[in-house]
Design a protein around this ligand. Structure first.
Ligand SMILES: [Mn+2]
Length: 278
């Protein structure tokens, strides 16, 4: 069985359409979305509709939650966040919001003997950030069960999204995979003097996992395939006048530069890595 795993569409309808077309031509049996269908682009409702039509399993991401829920006291939010909440609420229906709020936190299945577990960010949180460069003990924690996981077993393969940055890494007998982002891929480290082609970053990312679905026996092969799909970025940006965050959205889509590099720099500082020296 071939399963496509997509994540972090973030309201980018053009990217989602191109990704679904690509998935269709690869004879995939089912599609799973691991969260953050909305927030950033101006077509979140259309993206929710396509996700509902095409994905067998859909998980909840931090943005699905943060921009669907009703805040008791909006005055307590920072002005910037409040603006984003009000704007995002205006783009989706009450039914869309309820749909996103009801989504599950995680999912898991066996494939060719391996227990494969999926969640948006970490097994315990919607928001925490774990990157490839993190310490081995923090990456190992990603395999442990939590009260949010379907079973209490230690997983063999972890598949997550949230950081918008595709990678796969082996930790002894364990495999950790980030599927990247369909609608908002970017790089953690950017250096204008040393970067190669920016188009290496801006394609939509997703993963195909292939193997004997549901099998606990170690007698069949398992495959992981990263796919990068070009899409019409200008077409996606044609409605950008509707976007209250149009400058940062354009920069992310066209240049793969995250809107809040300070936040990313913090992750590297915490690890003792000076990104200016890389
Ligand atoms: Mn996220």
């Amino acid at each position: 069985m071939k399963i496509a795993i997509i994540s972090d569409i973030h309201g980018n309808l053009e990217a989602l359409r191109s990704t679904l077309r690509d998935i269709e031509k690869r004879n995939v049996d089912k599609i799973i979305c691991i969260g953050d269908t909305i927030a950033k682009g101006v077509h979140p409702s259309e993206c929710i509709k396509l996700v509902r039509e095409n994905c067998e399993i859909v998980l909840q991401g931090n943005c699905d939650r943060a921009f669907s829920k009703q805040y008791e006291n909006v005055d307590e939010l920072t002005e910037e966040f409040r603006e984003r909440v009000v704007w995002n609420h205006s783009l989706i229906s009450q039914e869309d919001r309820q749909y996103l709020l009801d989504l599950p936190f995680s999912y898991e299945f066996y494939m060719s003997g391996s227990l494969v577990r999926l969640f948006h960010a970490t097994p315990t949180s919607y928001n925490s950030v774990v990157i490839n460069e993190d310490k081995i003990e923090d990456k190992l924690k990603m395999f442990y069960p939590s009260e949010n996981t379907l079973s209490d077993k230690i997983a063999d393969v972890i598949i997550y999204g949230h950081i918008h940055h595709q990678y796969m890494s082996k930790l002894y007998n364990k495999t950790i995979i980030n599927v990247g982002s369909v609608g908002n891929p970017f790089e953690d480290i950017r250096n204008s003097k040393k970067d190669s082609n920016v188009l290496e970053i801006t394609k939509s990312n997703y993963l195909i996992i292939e193997g004997e679905y549901g099998s606990k026996e170690y007698n069949s092969e398992i495959l992981f395939q990263f796919v990068k799909v070009p899409y019409d970025i200008e077409a996606e940006l044609k409605d950008e006048e509707l976007n209250i965050e149009k400058e940062s959205y354009r920069d992310e889509l066209k240049n793969g530069i995250y809107r809040d590099m300070e936040k990313i720099n913090e992750n590297f500082k915490r690890l003792g890595i000076d990104i200016n020296k890389l």
